[in-house]
Every structure is written in C-alpha cells, then in structure tokens.
Design a binder for this molecule. Structure first.
Ligand SMILES: [Zn+2]
Length: 417
C-alpha cells in the first residue's frame, strides 16, 4: 500500500483521498457483491431458450429498491420478443451520461450442476459467474460506492441491464437502440464482459446463417428418381470454401499473432441431414459463421455470401436460408478520455497498465459505438472459461472491477471543485 500516493498522481479531477476512499468503499462490498451474484446465478437465465428472464429481473429490481437506486423496467413488446424486460437505473444529475451496460442472460449449461452457484474460497463457480452476473454486481456496487462517498458528479451514470445478448440482442439492446434509450447523451460506455485483465476496444462483426439444401427422397435402388441434398450441400460448401480462402487472407490491425488477426469464415459448425444410409437424403443443413474484422463492412460481406447462394440456386440447387445472427463490428479510440480514465484506474487498482485488444466475439459496445459513443469492455473473469463447463470468477477480481468502474466514473464525471 506504500505506492498509493504515487499511483493516483495521474488523477486530475479527483483528489487522492477521494480516489482511495472509493477503492476502499467498493472493496468493503465484497460480501454484498458475492451474495448478489449468487442470487442472480440462482435464476438460470439460459439463452437459448431465454429461460426465467422475468424472475431474474425481479431479483435485480429488488436489489435496486433495497439499495434505494432509482430505476425503471422496460418491457419489450411481444411482437418483437415475448417475455423480455430491460432494467434502466441511474445515479447522478441528468445530462451527460456514462453508461454501465451488462446482460443477464447466460449461455446454456451442458450439465444441470453448472446452474447451481458454488463457493470455494474467494472463487465462485457456475454458469453466469464470469459472463456476466458478477460483472453486473460490480457495476451496481460501483454506483453504491460513488453514492456512499458522495462524489460530486457533473453528469449521470446510466446502468443498462438487458437480456438476449448471447443471441444477437434483438429483445434487449437492439430494441432499446430502436426506441432511442441506449446511448442518449452518452459520453462513454463500459460493459463488464470477462476480459481477463485486458480492455476490448474493438470487436468483430458477425453474420451467421443456416443453409438448408433441399432434395427429394428415394430408396437407394431408385436413386435416379431422387435428388441428393448432400451432394447439393457439397457444391454450395465448395463455393463457400473458395470465399473462405480469400477472406481469411485479410488481417486486422493489432499485436496479436497473425493467425488470430485473420478474418473468419467457419463452415459446418452445425451440420445435419439424411435419414438412413440407403435413402437419398431429402435435406441437408449446415451453418456458416462469418466474423468480420473492424476494417470490413458487414453489408458488403453479407452481399458476398448471399451472391454465392444465389449462384448455387442458378445452378439448380434448391436451398433455404435463415440469417439468425447479425451484428456490426465496432472500434473505439484507445486515447479517448474514457479510455485513458479506464486505463489509469486499472493501473491504480491492479498495479498493471492494461493492454487494449480486439474482442474475438461480438460485443454490445457496437450499439453505442455506432452512435459515436466511445465504448469499451472490461470486467472480471476469463473469456476462456466463460462459455465452458467450468465457468468461475474470483471475487477479488470482481471487487477490483467495481473499484475500477467507480474510479473511472468519478474521473470522467467529477464536478469541478
Ligand atoms: Zn457476456
């Protein structure tokens, strides 16, 4: 703790005593953050199939009410997505707003055991521990720390809590963006995805398709009367492999190894078809997951994939197409005021200057970045365990993230003394 006075020297808007008071106050909430994370995890909001959303929103609302934080619940109309609710909460005077953003849905568990939160020392195991119910707790308690320390704010922290992040955001962030409730008056956005110590300032976009090739069933002895959907699929897949070979020569900027910076086209992540070895397959289905680099354009890449499918149709292959995920890439400057405040706060709390990196997946930062609001992901836990069978988070990292959020907000929104 000797280095305390040294490490906060970079703060201009915030005096050092206040900075450390914030860190200490956030740290003292460790037990509350753990309990709240567990309470959220105990509601298994698996998506798909968007399970138990309303119960999870109830848990969130109860905590906000108990803590005396003003909030509202926005129900997404059934015609867009049934049973979806978003929670908006806030602290500070209205006007320029720093957004804290997170999602309460989780990817499905492969074993029921994963849906039960378990403690071991300072670690919390189970689905949602890292991605990202602990991150939601950290953001909420960062607001509590700012309030407890009476940090004078010239602006507002807007907490946005959404479902459906794991499946493209249609019933969450997309809807809020469409009704103008995301990014309004935004001077920045932080989301608490598990980034393992780095800051993600950019993400790839995605367009994900399911292609169903149609044929006509026939017994093997009469195969001349059928149409083989598998052979049609091979034709379409071969054409897509040629696109893959070309797009995967493109690389994004950054200091990761070249292989990690290539644009991506994954063929056949899911692949099914046929009914038996001696029957001409009547349909074959496979997925295409195209992840575009920030330098690429979603509309251009989308059109290119669709052109390949149109050409296959023109060759006589019958196929259906379902685009079930689509999202833009995004990128925010690493020297924007929020990026600098965040980096300084991380350095202060953890003793390490963070690296800025490209997120390998989609990020909801895109809903803010597309409105010109600088948006970054930083949060407790590791991406490498987030969607796997052994998801966990260290509560010490959750506490540190809460301190980082509080310090960052205080620097960005501090009212001049
Ligand atoms: Zn997540």
């Amino acid at each position: 703790m000797l280095a305390r006075d040294e490490r906060v020297k970079g703060f201009r808007m915030l005096d050092q005593d206040m900075a450390w008071r914030l860190v200490d106050t956030a740290t003292a909430y460790e037990g509350a953050m753990r309990d709240f994370t567990e309470a959220l995890m105990a509601v298994p909001t698996e998506n798909p199939p968007s399970a138990h959303y309303e119960a999870c929103v109830d848990v969130f609302q109860e905590e906000l009410s108990r803590l005396g934080i003003e909030h509202e619940v926005i129900a997404v109309p059934d015609r867009i997505a049934a049973g979806r609710q978003c929670v908006l909460a806030g602290h500070g005077p209205s006007g320029r707003t720093l957004y804290f953003h997170g999602h309460y849905d989780v990817v499905p568990a492969s074993e029921p055991e994963q849906l039960r939160p378990r403690r071991k020392g300072t670690f919390l195991f189970g689905r949602g521990s890292a991605d990202m119910k602990s991150g939601l707790a950290a953001m909420l308690y960062a607001i509590c720390a700012l309030r407890d320390c009476r940090v004078p704010l010239a602006g507002r922290i807007g907490l946005v809590v959404v479902p459906d992040e794991e499946t493209g955001g249609a019933g969450g962030s997309r809807y809020l963006a469409d009704i103008g409730r995301i990014g309004r008056d935004g001077i920045g956005m932080l989301t608490a995805e598990p980034t393992g110590g780095v800051v993600w300032n950019a993400n790839r976009g995605a367009i994900t398709l399911r292609i169903t090739v149609r044929g006509r069933s026939a017994h093997v002895g009469l195969q001349h009367t059928g149409v083989n959907a598998f052979e049609g699929m091979l034709d379409v897949a071969a054409a897509l492999r040629r696109v893959k070979a070309e797009v995967e020569t493109r690389t994004t900027a950054g200091d990761e190894p070249e292989a990690a910076r290539r644009s991506i086209l994954l063929l056949g992540g899911q692949c099914t078809g046929g009914s038996n070895f001696n029957v001409v397959p009547a349909s074959c289905e496979f997925t295409v997951d195209r992840r575009i680099n920030p330098e690429e354009n979603l509309a251009v890449e989308r059109a290119r994939l669709l052109a390949v499918l149109d050409a296959a149709r023109a060759r006589g292959i019958e196929l259906d197409l379902d685009v079930f995920q689509e999202g833009e890439s995004a990128s925010s400057a690493i020297d924007a005021p929020l990026a600098r405040a965040l980096a300084r706060s991380i350095d202060t709390v953890t003793g390490r200057k963070p690296r800025f990196a490209l997120c390998p997946g989609l990020l909801e930062t895109r809903f803010y970045a597309s409105r010109g609001v600088p948006a970054y992901a930083y949060g407790p836990g590791l991406l490498s365990v987030a969607h796997g069978p052994h998801e966990f988070v260290n509560m010490r990292d959750v506490v540190r993230s809460a301190a980082v959020y509080a310090l960052t907000a205080a620097q960005l929104l501090a009212a001049p003394a």
